[in-house]
Design a protein around this ligand. Structure first.
Ligand SMILES: Cc1cc2nc3c(=O)[nH]c(=O)nc-3n(C[C@H](O)[C@H](O)[C@H](O)COP(=O)(O)OP(=O)(O)OC[C@H]3O[C@@H](n4cnc5c(N)ncnc54)[C@H](O)[C@@H]3O)c2cc1C
Length: 270
């Protein structure tokens, strides 16, 4: 019988610093050599509450960051914690974005997707990439990481908000069409709401540009044991085959941009 190897990379870590990004998002800074790659995630244990997957938003080998949106019981509890309080961290886990030298990349982020995409941009420019960073948000107060992105050399920031309070008015996917019309882009990476990522994949395909995306499904173990994040109809597990997956693969999934399953496996249509 194959018994999964116990993941010994579990650490109890004190929160070094908490940065309030906006009313609904905080960044948690940990002083720890996580050794992650961009696109990977950690399982974050909030003692007495739950353990949840969270993407790595930055890792320089000395500290790493996680940006959390307040949506339910576990994340609400995280917002009650202070610097010095401890949480459990398992990881890094999952697949990641890999780079070839000196290409031109478009990153498309929605919601807290801007945080993990910041880490991608940070590493991409180190590999000699030129980066077009496209962020979408409902309004300017919900824009995440814009100031940090502006500070990255070799990265051009493009902003879209639904109400036009920052950047252009409308969806970030319209900005992507414009960038792909005007510039030669080698690849598109995206992280955000699934419907947005589906449209990003379709637009990239229309322009003949390959795309990869950060898939998000309910996860419990994060290491391929529990089956919670199995995809219809392939049965592949997002925690091990993803979260970073190619558009060529995800576009064939019946659930892509159509429905997701809750912790009990019940379907919810978007
Ligand atoms: C690989 C991965 C990386 C993630 N990275 C981050 C991150 O960097 N920052 C962050 O804030 N969140 C991230 N998430 C999402 C986060 O893990 C969930 O929102 C988590 O369930 C919140 O826990 P909760 O108890 O606060 O709310 P819950 O009660 O668990 O969820 C609140 C609401 O969100 C829905 N929901 C929860 N998880 C998902 C999901 N995976 N797909 C669709 N709907 C969902 C629930 O159905 C519910 O309606 C990530 C998820 C995955 C799979």
């Amino acid at each position: 019988m194959n018994i999964p190897k116990f993941d010994s990379r579990f650490q109890i870590l004190p929160i070094k610093k908490i940065i309030k990004e906006n009313e609904y998002a905080n960044t948690y800074v940990f002083e720890y050599a996580l050794g992650s790659k961009p696109g990977q995630f950690v399982m974050m244990w909030i003692p007495g509450v739950d353990e949840k997957p969270m993407s790595v938003a930055f890792d320089d080998g000395k500290e790493f960051w996680v940006t959390v949106c307040k949506v339910g019981p576990a994340t609400k509890e995280l917002f009650e914690l202070k610097a010095g309080d401890k949480v459990g961290i398992r990881g890094p886990l999952g697949t990641y974005y890999s780079f070839k030298k000196g290409r031109h990349l478009a990153l498309v982020a929605g919601g807290y997707g801007a945080a993990p995409m910041y880490y991608v941009a940070h590493e991409a420019v180190k590999k000699g990439y030129k980066v077009e960073f496209l962020i979408g948000a409902r309004n300017k107060d919900l824009l995440l990481y814009a100031q940090k992105i502006v500070g990255l050399e070799g990265v051009n920031l493009h902003v879209a908000t639904n109400d036009g309070s920052a950047g252009v008015e409308g969806f970030v996917t319209r900005l992507l069409e414009k960038v792909l019309q005007e510039q030669k882009i080698d690849e598109v990476f995206t992280c955000g709401p699934e419907i947005m990522m589906k449209i990003v994949g379709e637009i990239a395909e229309k322009f003949g540009v390959p795309a990869r995306m950060s898939m998000e499904k309910h996860m419990k173990c994060g290491i391929g044991v529990c089956g919670q994040c199995a995809l219809d109809d392939t049965g592949d597990l997002v925690c091990v085959k993803g979260p970073v997956m190619s558009w060529d693969y995800v576009k064939k999934l019946p659930e892509m941009g159509v429905y997701h399953r809750d912790a009990q496996g019940k379907k919810h249509y978007f």
